[in-house]
Design a protein around this ligand. Sequence first.
Ligand SMILES: NC(=O)C1=CN([C@@H]2O[C@H](COP(=O)(O)OP(=O)(O)OC[C@H]3O[C@@H](n4cnc5c(N)ncnc54)[C@H](OP(=O)(O)O)[C@@H]3O)[C@@H](O)[C@H]2O)C=CC1
Ligand SMILES: O=CCCC(=O)O
Length: 371
Amino acid sequence: MAKALLPLRSSCSPLFSFCSPPPAAPSLRIPSFALLPPLLHVRHHHPEVLVHHCFLPLRSFPRLPLHRRAHGTRGSSDAVKNEKVLSIGFLGLGIMGTAMARNLIKSGHDVMVWNRTANKCEVLVSEGAKLGSSPEQVAGSCDITFAMLADPTAAKEVAWGKGGAVFGLGPEKGYVDVSTVDEETSKAISERVKSSGALYLEAPVSGSKKPAEEGKLIFLTAGDKLLYERVCPLLNVMGKSRFYLGEVGNGATMKLIVNMLMGSMMASLSEGLVLGSKVGLDPRTIIEVISEGAISAPMFSLKGPTMLKGDYEPAFPLKHQQKDLHLALALAEKVAQSTPVAAAANELYKLAKSTGLGDKDFSAVIEAVKS
Ligand SMILES: NC(=O)C1=CN([C@@H]2O[C@H](COP(=O)(O)OP(=O)(O)OC[C@H]3O[C@@H](n4cnc5c(N)ncnc54)[C@H](OP(=O)(O)O)[C@@H]3O)[C@@H](O)[C@H]2O)C=CC1
Ligand SMILES: O=CCCC(=O)O
């Protein structure tokens, strides 16, 4: 199981490493299709979980760029070295979208951006992005369009509301929704996208503002595998690892499970810090003790100190964590699974939101524990 879930980069053996051409490759030519090894599928307990190596099937996608960049490296001229540079649309320039689109621009791609609140586009336009007038126009102008939106309502609105992306999509195009939404929303978007003739991939991300800025996100993808293969080089620019999880919905639910855990962990940390302080312990020592033992977590070490200072500068807005808990609880209810811990955590986030903390970082949930 552990092997199946290894991030792609670490699972690339030299023999099958078609995520990127071998470092010594003298030219940009991708080996002819016939010479490529078959996709390396690693199947484990769950039949839908496939972790495989990425190659670019030239015959299927004559418009593919030929990336030669090695994983993990960055360079302003990466995309410029391609025979054909993909044009990329990016819809939604919030905390995450801005950082992700910026990395695509920095890697030399041709990026067109759109955001509901138009002035948020200005900074990326000053860095080289083109300005789109609507999701429809962006999707119509670009080969691949990414969407990074707040919630299911926003994702649907941008996909097929007035001037929605699907009206600009068509054959040979791809739509990649990286927002955190539920399975039903993703499937509905998939249906609309595919009826336009385009391909669809859901690809929610694990990792927050800093990993987004550093290009170290973890993509949880599902949907059209051909599109997944096509966008691998772009995911590599924005992330450190990626999982292909099969049918549409699997990426969305994986993300909700992860965020359900995260929300409960943060609520738990908050309780421990508040209780410990109340009985006279130094909360800084609590954080230090935790970091030494089996329950240590990067999140505790990262957020603990800022929580003690009352610094809730948003990296992951609390309203989005509450949205994710709500969606995870709905998922649990659908399959009659009891999730009392997550339900209790959700109440705390709801309380924090009702006191005006929705736009603060999710670690501000500690204020609800204090109240
Ligand atoms: N921040 C984080 O750490 C992470 C967030 N996520 C997920 O990524 C998504 C985006 O998060 P983040 O960037 O933090 O959120 P932000 O709140 O910073 O950005 C939300 C984006 O959605 C847009 N939006 C909201 N409602 C609508 C609507 N009705 N129509 C069109 N656009 C809309 C906003 O536009 P406008 O600017 O006009 O308001 C903005 O571009 C969420 O699903 C979140 O759960 C996933 C991983 C980490
Ligand atoms: O959805 C937000 C996740 C934040 C994180 O993974 O650190």
